[in-house]
Ligand binder design. Structure first.
Ligand SMILES: [Zn+2]
Length: 507
């Protein structure tokens, strides 16, 4: 009797192991293929990561297998969804993000049908047949003696891998099959934030100009001291250097130094005394809307719960590269924003606010510029930061700036013939090997001085000569990133009780 139970246990665990391997090799592996690696050491690190995620998958499949009814429903569903994601990962190099879920739900059925090819349908049918066969096998042949003991063990594995090991939770949440659950949860959390009522600006603001285009480029990880226009020894901004109507602001200080905190800080009235305003108030977008501006947000970055409200505050929200995340390593370029940007400029409203949220100089630098901008070499070769030399990190980083300079030139070119003003402000800086630190995971001094500048067209300068003169005389002053909220309202010639003149770079 005891021997029979032991055999049943072994049989059941073997069943779970085989299914885990199907998931690990069939699905999870697709998210590691194409990762840049520098050598055997990096491959070993990736193998370790894959194994850790596969252990977590084992816990999940183990838990689902314990009850045959639960297994019969969840296994075919989970397997089919993972198959669809794997198909798009291999064919289009996209991964699941809350934005992709949003698009799938907003799009009409016909648009969604357009991405479904005959091959995909065939693969889905095959997956369903296979998973139903596995379900039948589980139904008839597998039993778990001492099921509560198994349940305890399975929950222990799921809990430990998902919640107890900090280093694993982020990579786990971005990889199949777990990414399905985590992205759906992120999507629902973001919807809740985006649709919550915020009623900050009860007194209406008024525009004094009847035609004006205001563009705000939200930069990413661009530090002030690596711009040629701020005296950097390399020619990283050749186009900006030729612009006569650019005023750089090299001494901007940002207190928050991570994207998810600094972006909401920049968009709201939040300051060091009232930082909570970043998370419970509306942004300057609402003030522009009240003043009759058409507002649009063009995103080349993932939506995040802390600023998804502002994205949805705009009249239009458009995603470029909606299927990219920090775990995809192929091209992820800001020029993907340009076609939608041109379209927005064609809008009939003579007053426009366009926000371009760029990927700029974010880590895995090589994804964010094309071959043509690979000016400084050697560049990074491995996604494992410690496997790259400091020199190659700086080279790749500087190449992203060259590309950003090209991108900004394109944005400016469309504005020259208009009455227009453009703000650029990066959300924070970047560490490039100072004291051994890289990127922006830990608060370091190099993160607090982001790149910032203002560009204006000739007709803007003609009408607002006083503004420009004051801007030039203020340009070297030290401002907190709080200046943006007040200065952009001021520059748009909007009379608002919420604009505090002492923060404006035009006063
Ligand atoms: Zn950032």
């Amino acid at each position: 009797m005891a021997k029979k139970r032991r055999l049943e246990n072994i049989h059941a665990l073997l069943f779970v192991v085989i299914n885990t391997l199907i998931y690990g090799l069939g699905f999870t592996l697709s998210e590691f293929v194409g990762s840049p690696v520098g050598g055997l050491n990096d491959i070993a690190i990736l193998c370790f990561q894959w194994s850790a995620i596969t252990v977590a998958t084992f816990g999940l499949i183990y838990l689902l297998s314990l009850n045959r009814y639960i297994f019969a429903i969840t296994f075919p569903l989970l397997t089919t969804l993972c198959t669809v994601l794997t198909y798009f990962r291999y064919t289009a190099n996209v991964t699941l993000t809350p934005m992709l879920i949003d698009l799938a739900l907003i799009n009409d059925a016909r648009t969604n049908m357009q991405v479904i090819s005959p091959q995909l349908v065939a693969i889905i049918i095959l997956t369903l047949i296979l998973s139903v066969a596995i379900v039948c096998y589980r139904w008839r042949r597998i039993s778990f003696p001492n099921v509560w003991l198994h349940a305890l063990l399975a929950i222990g594995i799921v809990y430990t891998t998902n919640y107890k090991i900090q280093a694993l939770s982020r990579p786990l949440s971005e990889r199949m099959p777990h990414s399905l659950f985590y992205n759906l949860r992120r999507y629902m959390d973001e919807r809740a934030v985006a649709t919550a009522a915020r009623d900050t600006f009860t007194v209406t603001s008024i525009a004094n100009s009847d035609s004006l285009t205001v563009v705000f480029i939200v930069g990413e990880s661009l530090r002030s001291d690596h711009l040629q226009i701020n005296g950097y020894h390399r020619s990283t901004t050749p186009n900006l250097a030729c612009e006569k109507n650019v005023v750089s602001l090299p001494n901007i200080h940002t207190v928050p130094c991570f994207t998810h905190v600094s972006v909401p800080h920049i968009f709201t009235r939040a300051d060091s005394l009232t930082p909570q305003r970043a998370f419970n108030e509306q942004s300057f977008v609402t003030i522009f809307k009240q003043a009759g501006f058409r507002t649009s947000w063009l995103a080349n970055q993932e939506s995040v719960e802390t600023y998804v409200y502002f994205m949805n505050e705009c009249d239009t929200l458009i995603y470029a590269n909606s299927g990219k995340s920090m775990y995809v390593f192929d091209e992820w370029l800001d020029e993907a924003l340009l076609p939608d940007y041109s379209n927005e400029l064609k809008n009939d409203n003579s007053k426009q606010l366009i926000i371009l949220h760029t990927i700029g100089s974010h880590w895995w630098y090589n994804s964010h510029y094309t071959k043509e901008f690979e000016h400084y070499t050697p560049t990074i070769a491995s996604r494992v930061i410690s496997s790259n030399s400091k020199e190659s990190m700086i080279n790749s980083y500087d190449n992203t700036i060259l590309y950003t300079d090209f991108f900004i030139k394109n944005v400016i070119d469309s504005l020259r013939d208009r009455k227009a003003i453009l703000f650029y402000l990066s959300d924070h800086g970047e560490c490039l090997g100072e004291d051994g630190y890289f990127t922006h995971g830990i608060d370091r001094p190099q993160l607090h001085n982001p790149a910032a500048f203002v560009w204006y067209s000739d007709s803007y300068a003609a009408e607002y000569a006083d503004n420009i003169n004051t801007l030039k005389s203020n340009s070297l002053k030290r401002y907190h990133s709080d200046y943006l909220f007040h200065s952009i309202i001021d520059a748009a010639d909007i009379s608002s009780p919420y604009m505090q003149a002492e923060y404006s770079i035009f006063k």
